[in-house]
Structures are given as structure tokens and as C-alpha cells.
Design a protein. Structure first.
Length: 144
């Protein structure tokens, strides 16, 4: 079982799927990014655990602008706030329930001019979160 945990970097516990505590220690100690490359590294690690974070794409949206080629890297208070909020959300008690296929699922979703988000639940417990930022051309689509 340890080999499986090492390969998948997630832990299957009694409560459900949990994040790797070693990775969460890395997130807690992650220093403020100093370049777009640092942002990409952090977002790569954070993106792996995006299904554990409600509203992930909305939180990281200001940080992803730094990864674009023509964007200037100017770290602001808003950037720091987003960075710290993402670290806090990633390191809080993150446990997802394993789906039980004999029961039904409930999907909650939301759409706005900025992004899309959903939560898959079963018996009042979260199975997964997902969200994404809209692409430029998708912002013209109606949300109803």
C-alpha cells in the first residue's frame, strides 16, 4: 500500500482521499514567487490538488496572468493575498469522499462572465471540486 501511496501522492484514508502531507509541508513553506518561473512551479503543484479546493480558478486567476508571455511581473498586495489564500486553502483539512456508485450524485454548478465551477457531492459529502477560467472567446457566450 505504501508503494501505491507514493505513486499516486494521495492517501486513501478512512475518511476518503487525503492529500500527501509531505506536499502540504512544501506548500506551507513555499516562499513568495520572485519570477514567472516561480509562479509556474507553484501553480503546477497547486493545480495537481485543484480538485480539493473550492473556487480554485477564481483564486489563482490573478496569479496566472504572470505566466503569460507579455505580462510584466509586478508583485502587488492583491497577488500576495491570492498567493496566501491559495496556500491556506491547500493546507487546510482536505478530504474528499470516495464515490459509492450505489447512491446518486448531486452536482452544483455556477457560471459567470469570468469562469465556471462545480461541486460533485454524494450523501452531503464532497467527491470533487472543479472550476476553470473562461477563455477570451468564451466570455461572449451566454451563461443561461
Amino acid at each position: 500500500m505504501d508503494l501505491i501511496n507514493w505513486v499516486f501522492r494521495q492517501y486513501l484514508g478512512i475518511k476518503g482521499i487525503e492529500v500527501d502531507p509531505i506536499k502540504m509541508d512544501a506548500v506551507k513553506s513555499w516562499l513568495r514567487p520572485l519570477s514567472p518561473t516561480d509562479i509556474r512551479r507553484f501553480l503546477g503543484l497547486a493545480g495537481y490538488y485543484r480538485r480539493f479546493v473550492d473556487g480554485f480558478s477564481c483564486i489563482v486567476s490573478p496569479l496566472t496572468t504572470f505566466t503569460q508571455n507579455k505580462a510584466k511581473f509586478i508583485w502587488s498586495d492583491d497577488s500576495e493575498k491570492c498567493f496566501q489564500e491559495l496556500k491556506d486553502r491547500l493546507t487546510s483539512a482536505l478530504v474528499l469522499t470516495l464515490p459509492e456508485y450505489m447512491y446518486g450524485f448531486v452536482v452544483y454548478y455556477d457560471a459567470s462572465r469570468v469562469g465556471l465551477g462545480c461541486v460533485l457531492m454524494q450523501i452531503g459529502k464532497v467527491v470533487l471540486y472543479d472550476s476553470r477560467k473562461l477563455k477570451v472567446h468564451e466570455k461572449n457566450y451566454p451563461t443561461h
